[in-house]
Design a protein around this ligand. Structure first.
Ligand SMILES: CC(C)(COP(=O)(O)OP(=O)(O)OC[C@H]1O[C@@H](n2cnc3c(N)ncnc32)[C@H](O)[C@@H]1OP(=O)(O)O)[C@@H](O)C(=O)NCCC(=O)NCCS
Length: 186
């Protein structure tokens, strides 16, 4: 049975192994990586697909400012383990992620990927005309979906990462652990 659920800390090594297998190490050279590096994904929008305890799919969404649209997200990477392709898992992960993003009130989702695959979820290259990424992308692969009608109609300018820094979060967690320890000792 396939379960789609939020990723947790115990999933990280399986997720990274899956991404290495699907994309290879070149994945870190992608332009989208510049919007993700060192950042945390949006809360509740890092999902995995699991079958019998095995992580077989991953998708994450990240905070961005898309040409002045502040409540936008960039999606990626989306990957399904090779042995599980064409079983509908990618579609289920995408729909779950987009539903959650919509319910959380985000206005638009951007990604770089094959239009032939992402068109089915409503993504279109026409919506990114006024936007540019922080590195090279093929325009026909630079796609967007409006979760709120016309949310990208005035979007113009660079796409910038706006998510919280992962290291800051780790530092905060350390401080919280230290405070809890001091409380326990008092
Ligand atoms: C793309 C990917 C996530 C799709 O996941 P999946 O679980 O196989 O997808 P689904 O089962 O929901 O859909 C399968 C359909 O999508 C099509 N499809 C898969 N990748 C495609 C692509 N790059 N372009 C066009 N169609 C594609 C399949 O041919 C299949 O078509 P069918 O339903 O007519 O048979 C998966 O193939 C994968 O991980 N690929 C490698 C990594 C990748 O390319 N990630 C996306 C970044 S662009």
């Amino acid at each position: 049975m396939i379960t789609i659920r939020e990723e947790n800390a115990a999933d990280v090594s399986a997720r990274e192994a899956l991404l290495d297998d699907v994309f290879g190490v070149e994945r870190f050279e992608k332009t989208c990586e510049r919007l993700r590096a060192g950042r945390l994904p949006a809360q509740g929008l890092a999902l995995v697909a699991e079958i019998d305890g095995e992580i077989v799919g991953t998708v994450r969404l990240w905070h961005i400012n898309a040409g002045g649209v502040r409540d936008a997200l960039v999606l990626g990477p989306l990957a399904i383990a090779k042995a599980y392709h064409s079983m509908g898992i990618g579609g289920r992960l995408m729909r779950a992620a987009l539903n959650r993003a919509s319910l959380a009130g985000y206005s638009a989702v951007l990604l770089v990927g094959d239009a032939l695959y992402y068109n089915r979820f409503g993504f279109s290259a026409a919506l990114t005309d006024g936007l540019w990424m922080p590195g090279p992308v093929e325009r026909e692969r630079f796609l967007a979906l409006e979760l709120k009608a016309s949310s990208l109609s005035r979007a113009f300018g660079p796409v910038k990462a706006t998510g919280a820094w992962a290291r800051q979060d780790a530092a905060l967690a350390d401080i919280q652990v230290e405070i809890a320890g001091l409380r326990d000792a008092a």
